[in-house]
Design a protein around this ligand. Structure first.
Ligand code: BGC
Length: 762
């Protein structure tokens, strides 16, 4: 007998013993995955199948008594009756074990639960917010950061994270830009894939890896007006060339799941969009994992005006390809009758359930439903000393030096008196960012604590103005102080007597993230007033910004000599910032998102189309694409970021002026470190396609390299392009490269001016 047939038959034989009443057991051989899940499916009632498609939030006390008036009693009943396939927000081994026990021991088939959680930038040990991590352009560090998050999550009983968010966004009003990789689909694809690989590792059944979830499919980052949950409206070119590439890269990296999104796209709520989920994701891309709805988004089809009632909402969502219902309960209540009445083919339910069971199988849950709920391992992993170095490394690499006039930075380590001022300077909570659901409050190192490690200087601290009023929380609006100025005079007095002022200003951690859109992107509250008052008495100001999105800091950019973009850097925040301020780490980050000069310029992004009237015609004429009251340029461009070294590019040369369909083009450039300080530069390659069947962006990022050079050293670096790299979604509705004229630009930002031309002839 052929070996494979033998394995198959013995697996089936082992499954035959599993009938009724017994919990599901794994087959002995991995090759029988599909046979196992199909056989299990064949034993499930319709209600049990629908149960697998239902995900509940764990909003009740799983270890103690059932809260009064809660819905816990019903949820416990549903767990016992096989009406729940997955839960979210259960975040430790004791609770996951307890719930798993209920399902495995008490439900008819004992199919293990899948525990999901928003592990966005760390579980307990917090990495920088994803936008900050993207500023490192360091795919290995990003993968390591995701790997650490996965280790801590998996060791806490969690199987699955709702990350990475790969939504491209060009709108900093949208608070969720903190959760993505910024504005560019090329960088966003690489970062998204690195995160997927970091979370999932090589083997999902490893008890220290977790399944990833690409979100939000699709168009969520294009919410009109930057207002969260709002409608998106854009055409096929933006869909295929900008929005979809990071999802496709994530699917190719093996992402186990995808989450759909809250927004309507071109009139259809994404959760009910067949074109997106069935035609593109599961069809053209062959995605074989499952799609989870966003929180309650199946129910939201009703207020969207797309479904008349619960029944229709559930029907629309399953027909469109949404496999699991997060917290709306509509699959559970509606799907059985929809199938029985013939409005939904049972085959669609089967498909969804097989996808879900497939992931449970891959995670090893049928082999051992408790493999992630090991209290001893949890303790060890959460105390692993190397975790702090991983997040500190990520934090250092995420910092972007925006400005350093007169080389005010790095600071001397001896004999300085430093006035440390600002509401965020002593803050141990804000640096944890918005998505720190599971980390301990106030567990970040503040800038004050980070600077204290350097004992050669005298550092005195004044808050100046409070940033917020009252309590802050993930689910509530953050109230900004606009009245209490009482601390300004003492802060000014400190500034007057200090050699250097380090001002730490920006956004509270809960001013960006979900549900946190802003129309004013200046420094919130009274911070601008504080900044100007301090600057009036001491011009040696180093501004350290903490924020989750680009800000319109025009006054600071013009007046303050040194500006350090420190985002929300997580647990090791203050240590990483101190290393940069003192030059123990030479900053190397580059902006993954344009900083506009005013909200009125938004959306402002480097890879825009040219328009038919891009240039000022002269003679005071108005007939060109511009504003009367603001120029078109950014405050800080995409890709911008300085260093304590001084890098120069020269000798740009191409291996050929004409690239063929099968050939490759080498782009060589000399990079020199003209300073005496060793440092790392992120060299960037941009391409302009001069003509196409669709109008083409003025520049597109096509490559980058992180290069370390000792002071005085220089090196030739080489980029390679093929026709494939020039492909895009053309007017033929195909992903292809078109012959024509191109230019390359190489340098340290999207404004790089070294340029060379070539043509493509396939
Ligand atoms: C967010 C998702 C998140 C989910 C679960 C939703 O409100 O949009 O990104 O994963 O909640 O917490």
């Amino acid at each position: 007998m052929k070996a494979s047939l033998f394995i198959f038959l013995s697996a089936l034989a082992s499954l035959n013993g599993l009938f009724a009443q017994q919990p599901a057991q794994p087959p002995t051989d991995d090759n029988s995955r599909n046979a196992f899940i199909r056989e299990l499916l064949s034993r499930m009632t319709l209600e049990e199948k629908v149960g697998q498609m239902n995900q509940y939030n764990g909003f009740w006390d799983v270890t103690g008594p059932v809260p009064e008036n809660g819905d816990a009693e019903r949820k416990y009943e549903d767990l016992r009756n096989g009406r729940v396939g997955s839960m979210l927000n259960i975040t430790n081994t004791a609770d996951t074990r307890r719930l798993q026990e209920i399902v495995v021991n008490e439900s008819r088939l004992g199919i293990p639960l899948l525990f999901g959680q928003d592990v966005i930038h760390g579980l307990k040990t917090t990495s920088p917010i994803p936008l900050a991590e993207a500023a490192s352009w360091d795919l290995e560090a990003i993968r390591n950061s995701a790997r650490l998050a996965a280790r801590e999550a998996a060791a806490s009983g969690i199987h699955w994270t709702f990350a990475p968010m790969v939504d491209i966004s060009r709108d900093p009003r949208w608070g969720r830009v903190m959760e993505g990789a910024g504005e560019d689909p090329y960088l966003g694809s690489l970062v998204g894939a690195a995160r997927v690989r970091g979370f999932q590792g090589d083997d999902l059944s490893d008890p220290l890896t977790i399944a990833a979830c690409l979100k939000h499919f699709a168009g969520y980052g294009f919410a009109e007006g930057g207002r969260d949950y709002n409608t998106a409206d854009f055409g096929l070119s933006t869909l295929y060339n900008v929005v979809l590439p990071p999802f496709k890269a994530g699917v190719e990296a093996g992402a186990a799941t995808v989450m759909n999104s809250f927004n309507v796209l071109n009139g259809i709520p994404a959760t009910a969009d067949r074109f997106l989920q069935r035609d593109i994701l599961k069809g053209a891309w062959g995605f074989d994992g499952f799609v989870v709805s966003d929180w309650g988004s199946i129910g939201e089809l009703i207020p969207h005006g797309y479904a008349a009632d619960r029944n229709e909402a559930a029907q629309q969502a399953i027909l469109a390809g949404s496999d699991m219902d997060m917290e709306s309960g509509m699959y559970l209540s509606e799907l059985p009758s929809l199938v029985r009445s013939g409005k939904v083919p049972e085959a669609l339910v089967d498909e969804a359930v097989l996808r879900i069971l497939g992931l449970k199988y891959d995670l090893g849950l049928f082999e051992d439903p408790f493999r992630y709920s090991d209290a001893e391992r949890e303790k060890q992993v959460l105390a692993d000393p190397s975790r702090l170095e991983t997040v500190r490394d990520m934090a250092r690499k995420s910092i972007v030096l925006l400005k350093n006039e007169g080389n005010l930075l790095p600071l001397s380590k001896d004999g300085l008196s430093i006035g440390l001022i600002g509401p965020l300077a002593g803050d141990t909570d804000s640096p944890l960012g918005s998505w720190r659901l599971t980390s301990d409050p106030n567990s970040a190192v503040s800038v004050a604590q980070g600077l204290a490690a350097y004992t050669g200087n005298r550092v005195a601290y004044e808050q100046g103005v409070p940033l917020v009023e009252g309590e802050t929380a993930f689910v509530f609006e953050t109230k900004i102080n606009t009245t209490d100025r009482s601390g300004i005079p003492t802060a000014v007095a400190l500034a007057r007597e200090s050699d250097v002022v380090v001002l730490v200003l920006g956004e509270h951690g809960f001013q960006s993230g979900e549900g946190r859109s802003r129309t004013d992107l200046g420094l919130p509250g009274l911070q601008q007033e504080l900044l100007e008052a301090v600057y009036a008495v001491n011009r040696n100001v180093v501004l350290v910004l903490m924020n989750g999105r680009p800000l319109t800091i025009n006054w600071a950019a013009e007046n303050v000599p040194a500006i350090v973009e420190a985002w929300h850097l997580g647990t090791e925040s203050g240590n990483a910032i101190a290393e940069v301020l003192y030059g123990d780490y030479n900053p190397s980050g580059k902006l993954p998102m344009t900083f506009p000069k005013s909200v009125g310029q938004i959306p402002l992004y480097y890879s825009h189309l040219s328009t038919g009237r891009p240039e000022y015609p002269g003679d005071n004429l108005v007939f060109w694409s511009h504003y009367m009251d603001q120029d078109n340029g950014p405050l800080f461009a995409f890709g911008h970021g300085l260093s304590y070294s001084d890098f120069a590019y020269s000798d740009l040369r191409l291996s050929t002026p004409e690239l063929s369909g099968t050939g490759s083009l080498e782009i060589r450039v000399r990079l020199e470190n003209k300073s005496t300080v060793g440092g790392t530069e992120i060299a960037q390659l941009y391409v302009r396609d001069h003509f196409g069947s669709r109008a083409r962006p003025v520049r597109e990022l096509k490559g980058f390299q992180k290069v370390y050079l000792e002071g005085g050293a220089s090196r030739e670096i080489t980029f390679t392009l093929t026709a494939e790299d020039l492909a895009y979604y053309t007017a033929n509705n195909r992903w292809e490269a078109e012959d024509g004229q191109f230019s390359v630009f190489v340098g340290g930002s999207s404004q790089a001016d070294l340029k060379a031309d070539f043509s493509l002839k396939q």
